[in-house]
Design a protein around this ligand. Structure first.
Ligand code: FE2
Length: 224
C-alpha cells in the first residue's frame, strides 16, 4: 500500500502534469509551481519546500482515482465532501492541540519571548473562529451548496462566508509576522518549535482550503 501511495514521488513534475493535467490543481493548492519546477521530482520539490511528501502522494492518488479531471471535474457534492473530509477534518483534528501548545509555550517562555503571549491570544481567537466557520458552513451552507438540484444564488451567504475567511486570513497574517514566518528563535525550546510547526501547517492548509472554496466551490454556486 505504501509503495502505491508513493508512486508519484520519483516522477518529474512535468511528467505528472503532462500525463495527468488535472493534478496540477492539487499541486498548485500546495504551493508547487509545476512550470518552474518541472524538471524536478516531486520528492525533491517536497524536500526543498518542506512539504509532506507522503500526504501529498496520498492526496494525488485519491484525486486521480476519484476523478481523472481533478477538483475542476468534481460535482458540487464531491467538492463539498472534499472540503469537509480534507480541510474541515484537518481543523477538527489539529486546532485543540494547537491551542494547548500555544498556551504551554506562552506559559513556559512568555517572559523570555514576549511575543508568544500575543501569539497565544491570536491562536485562541482564531481557533474559536475557525471552529465556528466550519460548523456554520457544514450546518447551513454545505447542504445547500452540495445539492445538485439547488441553483438559486444566495449572495448574502457567500459574502458572509468570504468575510469570515478574510478575518481569519488577517489573523494568520499577524501570526506570520509575529513568528517571523514561523522561524523559531535559535535555541528555542521544544514547545516553541512544535507551536511554530503547527502554525505553519495550519497556515498551509488554510491557504489550500480557501483556494478550493473560493476558486471551485463558491463560484460554482454563483454561476449556477
Ligand atoms: Fe470551509
Amino acid at each position: 500500500m505504501r509503495g502505491r501511495t508513493l508512486s508519484f514521488s520519483d516522477q518529474l513534475l512535468m511528467d505528472i502534469v503532462g500525463q495527468h493535467p488535472a493534478l496540477a490543481v492539487l499541486l498548485e493548492e500546495w504551493g508547487i509551481d509545476s512550470v518552474r519546477c518541472g524538471g524536478l521530482t516531486l520528492a525533491a520539490v517536497c524536500a526543498a519546500q518542506q512539504l509532506d511528501l507522503v500526504e501529498l502522494c496520498r492526496l494525488l492518488e485519491l484525486a486521480h482515482r476519484a476523478n481523472p479531471q481533478g477538483l475542476a471535474g468534481l460535482s458540487r457534492t464531491q467538492l463539498v465532501n472534499h472540503v469537509r473530509g480534507v480541510h474541515h477534518d484537518y481543523l477538527r483534528r489539529h486546532l485543540p492541540g494547537l491551542q494547548e501548545v500555544a498556551s504551554l509555550a506562552a506559559r513556559l517562555y512568555g517572559s523570555q519571548y514576549q511575543h508568544l503571549r500575543h501569539v497565544e491570544q491570536i491562536v485562541q481567537v482564531l481557533a474559536q473562529e475557525l471552529a465556528e466557520q466550519v460548523a456554520r458552513e457544514e450546518q447551513f451552507a454545505f447542504p445547500w451548496l452540495g445539492s445538485e438540484e439547488v441553483g438559486a444564488v444566495d449572495r448574502w451567504m457567500l459574502d458572509s462566508l468570504a468575510e469570515e475567511r478574510r478575518k481569519s486570513s488577517f489573523r494568520l497574517n499577524c501570526l506570520r509576522f509575529l513568528t517571523n514566518f514561523y522561524a523559531p528563535p535559535s535555541g528555542a525550546g521544544e514547545s516553541i518549535c512544535r507551536l511554530y510547526t503547527e502554525l505553519r501547517n495550519l497556515d498551509r492548509d488554510f491557504q489550500r482550503h480557501v483556494y478550493v472554496e473560493d476558486r471551485y466551490l463558491f463560484p460554482r454556486q454563483l454561476a449556477a
